[in-house]
Design a protein around this ligand. Structure first.
Ligand SMILES: [Zn+2]
Length: 551
């Protein structure tokens, strides 16, 4: 048993505790004092530390994991989205339109209708909705923007096009595309930075509204066993300062019960540099993360930047290699500047060309002796050329990936990439390359439930299609590897491994208790979706129980 200090405030006992500490992989009890783990060990020895004031929580033999960390979430956008038009459950085009019609009927005249989460691949279709289709359900006086599930493109209605001043004469903005019909008129579909032409006209949420959204979002994450997040930025967005301010307000009021490493947008770097701040600055709840840069778009919006063109969906279609949203020379300059100032890079790269460009820049920096204080990370690493795989490990780049994208996007990958789907979501290959693996959800792009992510990584098949065989099953990883990527791996990716990520004396007492022993499931149960159906029964942050059902 490891132990420090005087009598504990709280002891969790009679558990099956999976610690992520190789020196003591399993334990029965954890003692907590002043938010930190005081001792980890067998029931008898840990309970012996108690005095009359020590609270005792009987875990009834249940499995305990270190608190789960979502290494890629757009926290405020997701949290606000919980109150917008939610289209993630719509399985047909008509269902999407019905949901928008219902929202439009409730919206005040002139108010924006904002929604997110639809995905045409769930309808078995490839054509995106148009302004005319949305007009038919919203009418002409209420502007509407409905983001595709990947948040890299959106359909808007005619009122929104009018407010944004987008006409046949509008040229595509840098890094963005306005879809047009044969006559050159905008169809209402906007991709990448063209979405900003519309979105900038949506009133920003009031302070109180954002604070309340984050409170509710935090509660939902606790219900899912998430105790830490790496909050991501969107390209050229102004969501960063607003989210940071709201988190600070919650922190000051003692309401922040989530560890948040906040990435900063590349354009915010000069402000931090002016103050001499660095990644890792902050406290036990809120700290500055990586500098976020974007290389390309997304697979589903067909804006991933590829080495060879997308598979053609219709005969005679022109070759498309996707979209480079930041010129590589500019990326190289931003990476260098960030590292010189003490910041590691977190770079969004989907396509195999995008990933190669990022690795090339990381290699140049390493060759010139510029090492980051915390490892650089590539967000998504969705498609990577086999020749580039070993470079991830050689350059010690974190693969920050979202396993649920593999199962959400498997049909899209087959359609757009053909046999190159074998190079997509190659989690087992990342581990073999020696790369650090950190798992997240990319919510609102995907479901933030980490157990859905663990299932996707271990089984690689959608729950609703089971017992269908895995998609590229050789890239499955073990449950232990997947749990590591959601706990200690994610902590290491943020340079936070001395404080969180495993259950050992001295670390913050963040843990989650679940309703089944994941490590005792047999292959048949796992293949039938048992991991995905896991329910959290208790979540503790700093030893404080922030969520519990009957234990
Ligand atoms: Zn993202």
């Amino acid at each position: 048993m490891q132990s420090i200090g005087c009598a504990p405030d709280l002891i969790f006992f009679n558990g099956r505790i999976y610690t992520e500490n190789p020196a003591q992989p399993w334990a029965q009890a954890i003692a907590v004092r002043k938010h930190r783990i005081m001792a980890v060990g067998a029931d008898a020895e840990v309970l012996a530390l108690a005095d009359g004031a020590t609270e005792r929580v009987d875990l009834a033999g249940k499995l305990v994991l270190p608190g789960l960390c979502d290494a890629h979430i757009h926290f405020s956008i997701w949290a606000l989205g919980l109150q917008e038009v939610r289209l993630a459950g719509t399985r047909t085009r008509a269902a999407m339109m019905d949901a928008i019609r219902a929202a439009a009927a409730e919206a005040a005249p002139g108010a924006w209708i904002v929604g997110q989460g639809w995905n045409e691949s769930w309808w078995g279709e490839t054509d995106f909705p148009t302004a005319a289709e949305i007009d038919a359900v919203t009418g002409s006086d209420k502007p509407a923007i409905l983001y595709r599930s990947d948040m890299h493109s959106a359909v808007v209605n005619s009122a929104a096009l009018r407010i944004a001043g987008i006409t046949a004469a509008t040229v595509n903005p840098p890094g963005g595309v306005i879809d047009r019909d044969a006559a050159g008129n905008p169809t209402g579909y906007v991709r990448e930075l063209a979405t900003d032409l519309v979105a900038r006209h949506i009133p920003t949420p009031a302070t109180a509204q954002l604070d309340e959204a984050l409170r509710l979002g935090q509660a939902e994450l606790h219900r899912l066993g998430v105790t830490a997040i790496h909050a991501q930025r969107v390209k050229d967005g102004d969501d960063g300062p607003r989210e940071w301010s709201s988190l600070l307000r919650l922190r000051e009021q003692g309401e922040l019960k989530l560890r948040v490493a906040c990435n900063v947008a590349a354009h915010e770097l000069p402000h931090l540099a002016g103050l001499g701040l660095r990644s890792g600055f902050g406290d036990a709840y809120l700290r500055i993360g990586h500098v976020k840069v974007f290389t390309d778009g997304s697979l589903g919006s067909r804006t991933a930047w590829l080495l060879a063109p997308f598979e053609k969906l219709a005969p005679g279609e022109a070759d498309s290699y996707g979209v480079s949203v930041t010129p590589p020379e500019q990326m190289a300059a931003e990476f260098r500047r960030a590292v010189e100032l003490g910041f590691p890079i977190s770079v969004h790269a989907i396509g195999d060309r995008a990933n190669r460009v990022c690795l090339d820049i990381f290699e140049e920096l390493a060759d010139s002796g510029l090492e980051p204080p915390i490892p650089h990370r590539i967000e998504h690493v969705q498609i990577i050329a086999p020749a580039d795989l070993p470079r991830l490990g050689q350059l010690r780049v974190t693969a920050s990936v979202q396993p649920i994208h593999a199962t959400d996007d498997m049909d899209t990958a087959d359609l757009f990439l053909g046999t190159r789907g074998a190079n997509a979501y190659t989690f087992a290959s990342f581990l073999r390359s020696g790369a650090l693996l950190a798992f997240g959800s990319d919510a609102p792009v995907a479901d933030p439930n980490p157990f859905a992510g663990l299932h996707a990584a271990v089984v690689r098949q959608r729950v609703e299609r089971l017992p269908a065989p895995p998609w590229h099953g050789d890239e499955r990883i073990s449950l232990a590897e997947a749990v590591h990527a959601y706990t200690l791996g994610a902590a290491q990716a943020a340079g936070w491994q001395r404080e969180i990520g495993s259950l050992e004396a001295g670390k913050l007492a963040d843990l989650v208790v679940v309703d089944r022993d994941l490590f005792a499931l047999d292959e048949e149960e796992i293949a039938a979706g048992a991991i995905a159906r896991t329910q959290v029964v208790l979540t503790a942050v700093g030893g404080e129980i922030v969520y519990s059902r009957d234990v």
